[in-house]
Design a protein around this ligand. Sequence first.
Ligand SMILES: Nc1ncnc2c1ncn2[C@@H]1O[C@H](COP(=O)(O)OP(=O)(O)OP(=O)(O)O)[C@@H](O)[C@H]1O
Ligand SMILES: [Mg+2]
Length: 512
Amino acid sequence: MYGRVIGVTMLGVGGHPVTVEAFVGRGLPSLTVTGLPGAAVQDARDRIRPAVEHAQLEWPLRRVVVNLAPGNIRKEGAGFDLPIAVSVLVATRQVRPGSVAGLAFFGEVSLRGEVLPTPGVISVAIAAARRGLVGVIVPAANAVEAAQVDGLAVTGVTSIQDVVGFLRGTWVAPAVDADGPGAPATASADLSEVRGQDEARRAIEVAAAGGHNLLMVGPPGAGKTMLARRLPTILPDLTHDEALEATQLHSVAGLLAGRGLLRQRPFRAPHHSVSTAGLLGGGSTVFRPGEASLAHRGVLFLDELTEFRRDAIEALRQPLEDGVVVVTRAGGSVTFPARFTLVAAANPCPCGFSGDPRKECRCRADQLDRYRSKLSGPLLDRIDLRLTIPRLTKDELLGASAAEPSSVVRERVVAARERQRSRYSALGITCNAHLPGPLARREAHLSMGAEGLLARAVEHMALTGRGFDRIIKVARTVADLEGTDRVSQGHIAEALSYRTAFELDQDLARVV
Ligand SMILES: Nc1ncnc2c1ncn2[C@@H]1O[C@H](COP(=O)(O)OP(=O)(O)OP(=O)(O)O)[C@@H](O)[C@H]1O
Ligand SMILES: [Mg+2]
């Protein structure tokens, strides 16, 4: 007796259709799974029989062999419980073979036959639609994810009974609202609450407009964390394609909690104790995307940058450069998208007051050296905007805040992003920060004055090649915020001013 249904395995963030065949033959009662099942799939074996029996269905008291094809890719994820169970129900003709045609099944089941929330459903639906299937049977808790994919009939189920009822035509699934419950309400924060710090406010705007990485260095209580947390309020919404990408990553990580498409750009702020695996992704049986990937198309905020583990920070270099995390392990390598804007904050020294004109720094020279060595080097070289932030003055603290609200700043950001999008549409990139170095200069359309200032900067500042490209890209964003095609001297000067953290101050004084 033979049955066949379609399931889906996870390959990184994408789904891949798998044929699940069940053969029920003579022999002692047993269930064998062949075809490179991963540990989580092997684990399913013991669950499936009680789950089926609990649903008032019959488990064959014979030898059952389930094969997963193609046999050359490892089958990952807990989503195989359901297709394996259904393949056996088809093989034993408790369900008609014709009723499963054109459908993909995905979901973890409990011992009592409940279909549980399972990570990765949106990727399952995308893979099913690509394969030309007509429908997917997925956990009801994740049905809204699948409903984001056009042209697919989505059936959300809560139990094996539901599935069987649906296949026999005796049960109809409730309609799925593709809009879902929406994002949970967050306490409204607004840029207008930030007093003073005009330069930092502007830097945040530039970072948002061009997708530039940003480091803020300043004394305790200057507003670094406050500013960074308000960055999402000025970011443009995700485009539909970006939303699909980001949602897949959050789906695979099991973080969607019944929501559909992400609409706002993700803002991830991992604690500084995060491990390298937590930051970049990892896991022994099921591979989970890390914070860098969860921040894909959004912001990764590393508050108290110097407190993070050195190896974790170093590991960020690759995604910062390539926009992906590649993790190699026994079964091959997995790639997760990780194109995020890095925002980091730190104190200038262990006591926090180095460089403060009013408060004395109590750190010893060797402490200072050790501290700053954590911030320097290759990571710093990948941060376009590096800013020293002063303590608030008395006037700023006491004065009535007349700062611009986020909504006004956001409008400028959206317009600047729109300019970039249309300029780079042929290149497949969306913002200045992602512009390949050699193209940065071509796209900048530098004025004579801009060329002159740039030449002086190269002469006097210890610019690396990357640093040079970077200044042009930031200047390009400043020009985009202003709505002009040509990058002028003023734009370059502003870009140069965002390199003030630490010793760069003195370099700058020599140029401007
Ligand atoms: N520029 C500012 N405008 C208004 N309030 C501010 C400002 N800076 C700080 N504050 C107030 O001080 C609190 C602490 O600020 P914040 O946490 O942003 O400081 P920080 O620079 O991150 O300090 P630390 O280095 O200790 O992390 C804020 O929640 C806010 O109430
Ligand atoms: Mg802080």
